[in-house]
Ligand binder design. Structure first.
Ligand SMILES: CC(C)(COP(=O)(O)OP(=O)(O)OC[C@H]1O[C@@H](n2cnc3c(N)ncnc32)[C@H](O)[C@@H]1OP(=O)(O)O)[C@@H](O)C(=O)NCCC(=O)NCCS
Length: 183
């Protein structure tokens, strides 16, 4: 089920082809990209167009599409819940998220992810969600901890933008632990 998700300050909606320009503007930033495993660097407009195109092509499939995180109608970041064959260490759908740097430190991702995960669990994607972060990504790990994710172990993961393998902390969230943190 693909739908619009509303939180106190944010609206999450499926990405649209017209978002490519804004995604490029916010994503073409080393401080954002260096934390991620798969985007290329440098990040061109064509990369953004292709990423958004792939997500919109799968707009009706929650575990293949992508969401724009918007505030007052302006795209400030993105999130998704994906099922991946190329990430075998994740046995369940994987939560991903990012925000443009100007929007960090204001509680937006905690708010966005709480609303999005409630939607994902309601949609029947399963009872377990995986995520994780580069071991030096304290902000992401803190967001996950607040949502009820627990650490499952550390692996080395290839980070394409940084061009090498780096320690990665794998995390897992159950429906029950998510519910407990919402109480
Ligand atoms: C990770 C990211 C999404 C966080 O978004 P955000 O909106 O700033 O997060 P929030 O404000 O909701 O929460 C951040 C939490 O981390 C904490 N934090 C931030 N930097 C920290 C640091 N260096 N060390 C420890 N904690 C830190 C904040 O204090 C806050 O915790 P609190 O609510 O208990 O005070 C954002 O920094 C980002 O997009 N980074 C680049 C892309 C990325 O890393 N994506 C995730 C890949 S796994």
């Amino acid at each position: 089920m693909v739908d619009v998700v509303r939180t106190q300050r944010l609206v999450l909606r499926p990405l649209a082809a017209s978002d490519a320009d804004r995604v490029h503007t916010l994503f073409n930033n080393w401080n954002v990209i260096r934390r991620l495993s798969s985007p290329p660097w440098p990040y061109t407009f064509e990369d953004a167009r292709s990423f958004v195109g792939h997500k919109t092509k799968n707009a009706r499939n929650l575990t293949k599409t992508g969401y724009a995180i918007t505030r007052d109608g302006v795209l400030i970041g993105g999130t998704d819940i994906r099922v991946s064959d190329s990430e075998p260490h994740h046995r369940s759908p994987i939560l991903g998220f990012w925000l443009g740097e100007d929007y960090w430190g204001q509680g937006y991702m905690s708010e966005s992810a709480r609303g999005f995960l409630a939607h994902v669990f309601n949609a029947g994607v399963g009872d377990v969600i995986c995520s994780g972060a580069s071991a030096d990504n304290a902000a992401s790990l803190r967001v996950q901890e607040k949502l009820g994710f627990v650490r499952e172990g550390e692996t080395m993961m290839f980070a394409k933008p940084r061009g090498g393998e780096f320690p990665h902390i794998n995390t897992v969230l159950t429906r029950a632990s998510f519910k407990a943190t919402a109480a």
